[in-house]
Design a protein around this ligand. Sequence first.
Ligand code: 1PZ
Length: 202
Amino acid sequence: MTDGDKPLRRIAESFKDLAATVNSNADLEVGPFSSACSNVSVLFKCLGIAFKFAELDYVAKVNDLSEASKSISSLQAMLDRDVQKNRVRVAGSHSRNLLRVKRGIDMVKLLFEKIIVAEGNSLKDPASVAYGQVFGPHHGWAVRKAVAAGMYTLPTKSQLLRMLNEDEASARIHMQNYVSASALVIQYVEKLFLSRELGIDW
Ligand code: 1PZ
């Protein structure tokens, strides 16, 4: 990470832009959505080797959405296309990847919420709670065990902030901004699925 780089601010700002689109009642485009989600993957760089498998899975799914943006403009058109082809739940479909990526940004939201109110310097509890709530119900035993083991290797909060070039006060602002903005984006994506009766619990 280069000196002066502010990845946390970049994450928050890209989600603020998406939230502004949602607030204006315009359709969310696949391109800006996937590039905002791709900003989030810098966080993996701070987590170390234990979460490499999560990074690879997340990045592959975001890349799939980014590829899709070359031929499909909006998220809703992307979903409708999979509905038409009867491919929504098929492994590797854009819609399925969208649902997985949505969970990733939801987990980060919950993680930031927990970090903001946490006492002490450990990320283990905030991260475990966020993972358990968002991904726990959808992952098998082996993945859950691997993630639980990885939690012991997380950096401390102050180490994380240093890697992100932030101090407590600035990090809190960017995290809070991400929490508010991502809430709207997550709700928007969930509504795309629910309004088509596609479900979000699979
Ligand atoms: C301090 C932060 C701690 C972060 C801990 C992150 C833990 C996430 C662990 C996820 C393990 C993923 C293993 C692969 C699971 C796949 O089976 C599923 C289903 O994929 P499909 O069958 O549709 O191809 N993939 C997922 O559930 C998506 C996982 C994305 C993980 C993104 C986490 C984002 C959090 C970033 C925090 C830095």
